[in-house]
Design a protein around this ligand. Structure first.
Ligand SMILES: Cc1cc2nc3c(=O)[nH]c(=O)nc-3n(C[C@H](O)[C@H](O)[C@H](O)COP(=O)(O)O)c2cc1C
Length: 192
């Protein structure tokens, strides 16, 4: 099963990166198969330091902003317990991992990761349709170069009512920000 969450990774100089990531969870989070695209900061950090921290979160506004590089500042963090890295202060569960195998044959690499430490910071808020819609929209926003425009716009239209009916201000703002980000991409494309 794929679980969408946030991954913190660190380069050799200790600089932290936060990125949404959907690893394949193996067993009951005993290990993760991370699949970062080559060329991403996450990919190069994992190659460099072979450690990361995966977070189960319910703040989809942070996922949305991180997906399109609009995090104004790094969210608050605390030091990880076992690996050299950081834990997001506002997460539900976290999993500290060490990379054991790396396959870079394909554009989407595969990095097998062993969970070496796990902890919990606060309870998961609950399932919500608007939050899931924001996650879908965030994924679309990161795939504007890969998917047909029609498919993206039709998916956004489908997701809009769930946000309007079931979201709070954070979900509404995050969804609008993602819509604008996608629109700007097409405006920019048309003017090139
Ligand atoms: C919910 C969600 C899951 C994602 N999962 C992955 C993934 O498994 N692998 C990947 O390379 N990118 C994934 N992305 C896209 C990256 O987060 C996005 O490309 C990001 O800009 C890469 O960040 P980085 O360069 O800071 O590592 C996902 C995005 C979202 C919104």
């Amino acid at each position: 099963m794929i679980v969408e969450g946030l991954l913190t990774s660190t380069n050799a100089a200790g600089q932290v990166n936060v990125a949404p990531m959907g690893p394949i969870v193996q067993g009951d989070f005993e290990s993760l198969l991370l699949r970062p695209f080559r060329g991403s900061t996450t990919f190069s950090n994992l190659l460099e330091t072979k450690t990361a921290v995966f977070h189960v979160v319910d703040r989809v506004d942070v996922i949305a902003r991180a997906a399109v590089s609009r995090l104004e500042e790094l969210p608050a963090t605390v030091a990880a317990t076992v690996v050299s890295g950081v834990v997001l202060a506002d997460c539900c569960r976290w999993f500290e991992v060490e990379i054991t195998d790396i396959d870079i044959t394909n554009e989407r690499s595969e990095m097998q990761a062993r969970v070496v430490y796990t902890g919990q910071r606060r309870p998961f808020f609950g399932l919500n349709r608007a939050r899931h819609a924001v996650i879908e929209a965030a994924i679309l926003a990161t795939r504007v170069h890969l998917l047909p425009r029609e498919e993206i716009e039709s998916a956004l239209r489908f997701l809009t009512p769930a946000v309007a009916k079931t979201g709070g201000p954070a979900e509404t703002d995050a969804f609008r920000m993602l819509q604008q980000h996608i629109e700007h991409h097409y405006v920019g494309e048309a003017s090139r």
